[in-house]
Design a protein around this ligand. Structure first.
Ligand code: HDL
Ligand code: ZN
Length: 442
């Protein structure tokens, strides 16, 4: 088929077409296939209440972003946290729908997302109750529904987050030995406690049969390396991931007396990074989450904090043989992180994470990244926790990326540069898939 030259008149439609038709590798989500259990009945009526595959209207409405928002309208002084947590998921969903979608205008990004996904499924977002939506989902089979959501959202590869220090997660992996992986999903070994709380991690690893000691001895380092290798093999994981608090820094100052922090740093340098180097796996570090600031909100109780980009610079400088996938949670860190990425080829920045995953910030950050990094970054990941969210997180982000890209191509056309549709398609393929795949393979 003949290539099309870009003009000021056709550039927007060519960019939109390229984004819509480029299969997306979603490189960070909290999604699971049905083999990890589903808390919503499937065709056989089977429900696994601790199932990890979240989907359907009730799971969508009780997403922790919406839990935080509903407590702003009906505060805990009216509906105590404990009373809310005692409710069933359907009761919580009814409360959230009534409060945020019926009694108030659902104008927040998390609310608008629910309306977008309902519309994408061909459902009327104007219902006053959830009955008709529940009827629709009761007729879906989880496995078929995954295929439908992937097709509608344009995602052809879902990267999971697999926190092996979570008992439910770990037991499911150990019990799954004979079941092959689901080709639509790729695993990621998530190991926060090893760096954030080494004493607890050491105790648990010891319980699981690894001779890890309370102090980061040579034996402990070797056993943590064995643990990492065994789980990377079990999961066929494509990278190792950790999230870190805003105050995380690297290297720790010479006068540091915090034994847990020193142990975490030793484990990073003597166990995690060597295993990643040996297997050519990236280490993904998600920096800036201060956990359970409001503990009564549970998953909804985490906060953002400005972090130290020089820690990322020192990491990339001191470990040139390692590959780092980095995202930071504070808007204030984004420009400095972008400039850091200009200095290190072993640093790939990704996504507009969590509290940055809002159109006003996605567009601002994407424009800055295009201007500073060209096409050498990963603009977005969904971070979806409920399968249905792919149906809004990607359309909303694509619209932002489209506006930023279109303006940048227009700027290029004004220089007299000739551009074609196939070049736009190549750029979009890099941004939505190949930058990640190439970084893994590098
Ligand atoms: O640590 C993470 O991976 C974060 O994405 C958290 O899961 C957070 O709760 C979240 O869901 N953000 O979107
Ligand atoms: Zn996440």
């Amino acid at each position: 088929m003949e290539d099309i030259n870009l003009t000021l008149e056709n550039v927007a439609s060519i960019v939109q077409h390229a984004l819509l038709h480029q299969p997306i590798t979603d490189m960070h989500t909290h999604l699971y296939p049905p083999t990890f259990g589903t808390p919503v009945p499937n065709r056989t009526g089977h429900t696994d209440t601790s199932g990890l595959m979240l989907w359907g209207i009730d799971q969508t409405l009780t997403y922790h972003y919406l839990v935080a928002e509903v407590f702003r309208v009906v505060p805990a002084t009216q509906l105590p946290f404990e009373a809310f947590w005692k409710m069933t998921v359907t009761q919580q969903a009814d409360h959230i729908w009534k409060t945020l979608f019926v009694q108030r205008t659902p104008i927040s990004e998390a609310c608008r997302g629910v309306l977008t996904l309902l519309e994408r499924l061909g459902l009327d977002p104007n219902e006053k109750t959830l009955d008709s939506y529940r009827r629709f989902f009761s007729q879906q089979n989880p496995d078929d529904y995954i295929n439908r959501v992937m097709e509608l959202s344009g995602v052809n590869s879902i990267t999971m987050t697999n926190p092996v220090f979570d008992d439910n997660e770990r037991q499911r992996w150990l019990g799954m030995a004979n079941r092959g992986p689901d080709a639509r999903f790729k695993a990621v070994l998530r190991i926060d406690p090893i760096l954030r709380d080494y004493p607890t991690a050491a105790r648990r690893l010891h319980e699981w049969g690894y001779a890890v000691e309370p102090q980061p001895s040579a034996q402990s380092m070797a056993e943590v390396r064995r643990f990492l290798g065994e789980w990377l093999d079990r999961q066929q994981a494509i990278y190792i991931a950790i999230s870190l608090p805003p105050e995380w820094t690297y290297p720790l100052g010479p006068g540091t007396t915090d034994a847990a922090a020193l142990a975490g740093q030793t484990m990073l340098e003597q166990a995690v990074l060597p295993v990643c180097r040996q297997r050519k796996l990236p280490l993904a570090m998600m920096i800036g989450s201060r956990l359970r600031v409001q503990p009564q909100l549970r998953d909804a109780g985490d906060m953002v904090g400005r972090a130290d980009v020089s820690a990322v610079v020192n990491l990339c400088l001191r470990h040139p043989e390692n590959k780092f996938l980095i995202t930071m949670l504070a808007r204030e860190n984004q420009h400095e992180l972008c400039v850091a990425a200009r200095k290190f080829g072993n640093l790939m920045i990704f996504g507009c994470w969590w509290f940055l995953n809002n159109p006003s910030l996605i567009e601002e950050i994407t424009r800055m990244r295009l201007e500073l990094l060209g096409t050498s970054f990963i603009p977005q990941h969904s971070d979806a926790r409920v399968l249905d969210q792919l149906l809004y997180k990607w359309p909303h982000s694509r619209a932002c990326i489209q506006r930023a890209l279109t303006d940048k191509y227009r700027d290029l056309l004004h220089t007299g540069l000739r551009l074609t549709q196939s070049q736009v398609q190549r750029d979009v393929r890099l941004l939505l898939a190949d930058n990640f795949k190439d970084f893994l393979a590098r």
